[in-house]
Design a binder for this molecule. Structure first.
Ligand SMILES: [Zn+2]
Length: 166
């Protein structure tokens, strides 16, 4: 298993504990954002206390959303590793599920996006702007194909590593 490669600061966490674990996220906006705010990068709008998709109202304040901020900094919140012989054989199909899951989440939540997909011979690493998107995609893959799913959480930086092998 990949446990040995888990970086310092991460510890295993049960899925049902993850919600209580989330403490702070330095990329979450501190204080109150002016409403409405529109992100000049992606067009997401901060309105009624949350980021959402829509048409920017006239006079909206410009402000980078946390997802674009992370993308700019190359600082993912979620890391999902997919590997194993079953994965290799069914890679295309499984990656379609990964993308479908992201599209479904992103349509509702502008801050949940895939940042990057790093493809190597032995594994694929999917990085995300939100820990819950990595968790969600991992669970979707596990639900569809079984295999083994592990979570390692770093509470200091609110980072999540999800490892699926099959
Ligand atoms: Zn944005």
């Amino acid at each position: 298993m990949g446990t040995k490669s888990i970086p310092v600061g991460f510890h295993p966490v049960r899925r049902d504990h993850l919600w209580q674990e989330q403490i702070h996220d330095s990329y979450k906006t501190k204080g109150k954002l002016a409403e409405p705010t529109v992100c000049p990068q992606c067009g997401a709008i901060f309105h009624e206390g949350r980021w959402q998709w829509g048409k920017a109202p006239a006079g909206a304040h410009p402000g980078i959303c946390p997802a674009c901020h992370r993308i700019h900094d190359h600082f993912p919140a979620g890391f999902l590793t997919l590997e194993g012989p079953f994965f290799q054989t069914n890679r295309d199909e499984i990656m379609r599920l990964v993308h479908n899951e992201e599209q479904r989440e992103r349509a509702e939540h502008p801050l949940k996006r895939i940042m990057d997909i790093e493809d190597s011979d032995s594994e694929v690493l999917v990085t995300t702007t939100d820990i819950h998107l990595a968790r969600r995609i991992g669970e979707a893959v596990h639900h569809a194909y079984q295999g083994e799913l592990e979570f390692h959480y770093n509470p200091d930086e609110n980072l999540l590593r999800v490892h699926w092998t099959h």
